[in-house]
Design a protein around this ligand. Structure first.
Ligand SMILES: Nc1ncnc2c1ncn2[C@@H]1O[C@H](COP(=O)(O)OP(=O)(O)OP(=O)(O)O)[C@@H](O)[C@H]1O
Length: 332
């Protein structure tokens, strides 16, 4: 028996997990689970104990400042990098010991790659796809049909183009196609939309939502584009100082930083802004008192960018975050 296996009481329907040990996967278990994940490069500790859980079909955005250890975490989970300590399970397997069948269930979009320049787009995807054929199942045929995949990533018109002749954004779409070709159960996207124009970015966001909603693909993505994280992620985890310092939906994180919303309006030609906890009640009262005299109404909650900055500052200063940009109330 693997020395990493957990202690499980076989007669007990409730699985007992000893601290720092993770169970094998069964339905409903997280697709990714880490406990106390640590990474040291030389004398420098980069990850100090990362605890992470990602469930099937979920999109998790891993955010954090440059050098926080996002890529390191992803590389450990992909099985590309050995961890210094801690436990990790990815699709029920320790990523340090994943075999070919396990690897075939992962899709990986790296920050960049620079080979395959002489291949034509369709030819490259068909070639890479053949590696996945033995790992298809009736419920999840592998690989993707090349034509369908080209359509999904918006490269149909470039199907016969040599990779070296693609534009930067088209190349990034091809990176995504390479990550998807094996119809992965779990997709890692490391800063996937760098270099995308706004239309490509929107198409990509639609694709990620479709993969998650229709194909039940679990997606772990890193990005510095907070708007992207807010749109795509079911859950956001903030990595700072080698640990996950905050986790939740964008709304939950916003509420943690500030329970207040900002209400802006004009009355008698004057502009007002007030920070309130119950925006709906405040607006109701405002109209009850002033009716048609109220104009230009806007209710604004902190954006993820504001929340992120407040949380990173909180972490750096060691003090709790206060409401970002909180305004002094202006009474109606
Ligand atoms: N192979 C390596 N050897 C030594 N140090 C490394 C190695 N790879 C990464 N590091 C260091 O580990 C830290 C975390 O790097 P990592 O690339 O994981 O951060 P990141 O959060 O992905 O950053 P970014 O947002 O800039 O992509 C950095 O300080 C980096 O210099």
């Amino acid at each position: 028996m693997d020395s990493r296996e957990p202690d499980v009481a076989t007669t007990d329907p409730v699985r007992h997990i000893s601290p720092g040990r993770l169970p094998d996967q069964s339905d409903g278990d997280p697709v990714i689970e880490t406990r106390g994940l640590r990474m040291r490069y030389g004398n420098t500790d980069v990850l100090h104990g990362v605890d992470l859980r990602v469930h099937r079909g979920e999109v998790l955005a891993l955010l954090g400042p440059n050098g926080a250890g996002k890529t390191t975490t992803i590389e450990i989970l992909e099985g590309f990098r050995g961890r210094s300590a801690g436990e990790a399970r990815v699709l029920g397997t320790d990523p340090g010991h994943g075999d070919e069948a396990w690897r075939a269930r992962l899709g990986i979009v790296l920050q960049s790659w620079r080979d395959h320049g002489r291949w034509r787009v369709r030819e490259l995807l068909a070639h890479l796809g053949r590696y996945y054929t033995p790992y298809g199942t009736p419920g999840r045929p592998r690989p993707y049909d090349t034509g369908e995949l080209l359509g999904l990533v918006g490269l149909t018109e470039q199907a016969e183009t040599m990779v070296a002749r693609l534009s930067g954004g088209q190349r990034r779409r091809l990176d995504v196609a390479v990550g998807l070709v094996g119809r992965p159960d779990l997709l890692f996207l490391d800063e996937p939309t760098v270099g995308f124009d706004p239309v490509a970015r929107q198409d990509f966001h639609d694709l990620v939502r479709r993969l998650s909603d229709l194909e039940d693909t679990t997606i772990l993505l890193t990005t510095h584009d907070l708007d992207e994280a807010e749109r795509l992620a079911d859950r956001i985890a903030l990595l700072a100082g080698g640990r996950i310092v905050a986790e939740g939906s964008a709304a939950e994180l916003a509420a943690r930083v500030s329970a207040k919303a900002e209400v802006r309006y004009s009355k008698d030609g004057e502009h007002h802004a007030v920070s309130v906890e119950d925006a709906t009640g405040y607006v109701r009262e405002l109209f009850a008192r002033h009716g048609a005299a109220i104009g230009d109404l806007e209710v604004r909650r902190p954006s993820l960018a504001e929340v992120y900055l407040a949380m990173v500052r909180e972490f750096e200063s060691g003090r709790p975050a206060t409401a970002p940009g909180e305004l002094t109330g202006v009474d109606a």
